[in-house]
Design a protein around this ligand. Structure first.
Ligand SMILES: CCCCCCCCCCCCCCCCCCCCCCCC(=O)SCCNC(=O)CCNC(=O)[C@H](O)C(C)(C)COP(=O)(O)OP(=O)(O)OC[C@H]1O[C@@H](n2cnc3c(N)ncnc32)[C@H](O)[C@@H]1OP(=O)(O)O
Ligand SMILES: NC(=O)C1=CN([C@@H]2O[C@H](COP(=O)(O)OP(=O)(O)OC[C@H]3O[C@@H](n4cnc5c(N)ncnc54)[C@H](OP(=O)(O)O)[C@@H]3O)[C@@H](O)[C@H]2O)C=CC1
Length: 448
């Protein structure tokens, strides 16, 4: 029997961000492999026109949960949604809900975040820093809490090239940033944002770094671990290959290339594409939760969930795999035949944008207007080019992440857990298999 799966049996688990990409996969794996867990509390923000229960049923109705429901048709009884908005004081939670959480929670997985690169600094600080701080305060009042697992990103220190499993100080103390958000107005915050974030490329990575510092400074005696995944992609194996439900990171770019919209990307072919399938991130997370609670390490441990350090994959290799997958399974109703290249300098990128992106979009829009339809291609192309420009920072640099803690974690696992729980390190060793599994199922999942 898996020791990790057995550990989560009979536990009350709190997940923030359970309606998001990683949160859903985490919840699925917990329900599938630890069917005797007591309850999963999920903090869900109310959405107009949908009750909390409806949001939960919508998630459970997705293909991701088919396997769990086969073995446990009443799986919804294990999930207890709690209305909470992490942007609000005390998460705008009801008193009784709060009391129940404080009294019962054994393990916290904190996934909620804004992952938008263009988030206003105030919003990013609120969710990625202040909400983390509030959750720590709650955690400190939980007598039964065994472990607090926080999701950060491998790019929280992307201003460095070599990144160890440690917390690096930020130039400005998180407390000072939090205080200033209280009295500065939005326009001034926008003006000073570039000065504050310095060599971080966006408010997302910057506020994730601040979030880590808050954890270190205000974690007190809690048993805490931080997971730092790199670029999280579709599932590799569990519960089935290729599950993904968003267009973040490379997924949207791959679709856009396959559909023939995207023909050129500013990327350095030899730069490392550090992709990690979502199920491996979840495996590492559950193993880290078990280890943190059972072994109670003396200090906070950080786990890199990355693949590049051991056996790096380059963007050129990734690109070739992607193009090969389009040949095997072409997209339906493509705008053009898929073909793409990587450019490295910004002048040639501008040239290709004009020639292969904007010009065909204008021609197509003229055709739509002439045939009595609404033009839409230029709007789509502008959005696509905006997205590409935000991703360029990551496609033109390489980072080296060490992974000693992840290696240590694997060595601490039982032989059975080592057999059933694929962690990042093994995935890195089988990198080509991993990439082709990344590309092909992604195509199947999102094509259409
Ligand atoms: C040698 C041969 C070469 C061959 C080349 C072959 C090419 C192969 C492809 C290779 C891929 C290369 C690209 C790699 C890029 C890697 C980047 C990795 C960066 C990771 C860093 C950190 C990882 C993390 O820690 S967390 C997760 C990261 N977060 C994100 O990824 C979020 C980024 N996105 C945003 O911040 C926003 O979406 C933004 C600012 C880019 C755009 O905002 P906007 O307000 O304009 O739009 P949205 O409201 O977000 O969406 C509106 C609409 O558009 C749809 N959409 C969103 N993104 C995409 C997309 N990428 N593609 C297509 N469509 C997209 C979205 O669903 C919405 O649709 P609605 O219908 O309106 O709802
Ligand atoms: N995806 C990736 O490539 C990577 C992700 N990470 C980290 O992993 C974690 C999860 O990311 P991912 O699943 O991709 O992100 P998603 O954007 O898919 O999910 C974000 C989650 O946070 C919730 N949330 C956002 N704002 C609030 C709020 N005010 N109150 C309550 N809940 C809120 C969302 O709820 P709702 O459904 O209501 O919007 C959603 O459940 C994050 O911490 C991220 O930084 C790290 C590295 C890479």
């Amino acid at each position: 029997m898996s020791m990790i799966a057995a550990f989560y049996g009979n536990k009350s688990i709190l997940i923030t961000g359970a309606t998001g990409f990683l949160g859903k996969v985490l919840m699925e794996k917990l329900l599938r492999t630890s069917p005797h867990l007591k309850v999963i509390y999920i903090l869900v923000r109310p959405k107009a026109g949908q009750t909390l229960q409806q949001r939960v049923f919508q998630i459970l109705d997705s293909k991701l949960f088919e396997k769990v429901k086969e073995s446990c048709p009443n799986v919804h009884e294990k999930i207890r949604p709690i209305s909470a908005d992490l942007d609000q004081r005390d998460f705008a939670m009801g008193k009784e809900d709060m009391q129940e959480l404080l009294a019962s929670t054994n393990i916290i997985f904190h996934c909620a975040a804004t992952v938008r690169f263009d988030a206003h600094l105030r919003n990013a600080v609120q969710l990625n820093v202040i909400a983390t701080q509030q959750l720590l305060v709650m955690a400190s009042q939980m007598p039964k809490l065994e472990a607090f697992i926080h999701f950060s990103t491998a790019f929280s220190n992307c201003n460095l090239n070599q990144i160890d499993e440690v917390i690096y100080p930020c130039p400005v103390e998180p407390r000072k940033i939090i205080d200033s958000m209280e009295w500065l107005d939005d326009t001034i915050i926008e003006e000073i944002t570039p000065k504050l974030i310095r060599d971080w490329p966006n408010t997302y990575t910057y506020t994730k770094a601040l979030g880590e510092m808050v954890i270190q400074q205000e974690g007190g005696n809690l048993n805490i671990a931080i997971i730092r995944p790199s670029i999280v992609g579709p599932s590799w194996q569990e519960p089935f290959p290729g599950w993904v439900d968003n267009l973040n990171g490379p997924s949207g770019m791959i679709i856009a290339t396959g559909k023939g919209f995207l023909r050129s990307i500013r990327a350095t072919p030899m730069a490392v594409a550090d992709l990690i399938p979502v199920d491996m991130v979840v495996n590492l997370t559950l193993a880290a939760g078990w280890y943190t609670a059972v072994h109670r390490p003396k200090s906070l441990l950080i786990y890199h969930s990355t693949t590049g350090g051991l056996n790096p994959c380059k963007w050129s290799e990734m690109g070739l795999q992607v193009l090969a997958s389009f040949k095997k399974i072409p997209f339906e109703k493509a705008f053009r035949r898929p073909n793409a290249n990587f450019t490295t300098n910004s002048l040639s990128a501008q040239y290709w944008n004009a020639v292969t992106h904007r010009a065909p979009a204008i021609v197509y829009d003229c055709y739509l207007v002439l045939t009595g339809r609404k033009p839409r291609m230029m709007k789509l192309m502008t959005r696509l080019l905006k997205t590409i420009s935000m991703l360029e920072y990551f496609t033109n640099r390489s980072w080296e992440w060490t992974s000693a803690n992840s290696e240590m974690l694997r060595s601490e696992m039982s032989p059975e857990d080592q057999r059933v729980t694929v962690l990042t390190t093994q995935a890195a060793r089988n990198r080509m298999d991993c990439i082709s599994r990344y590309c092909l199922p992604l195509r199947k999942s999102l094509a259409g």
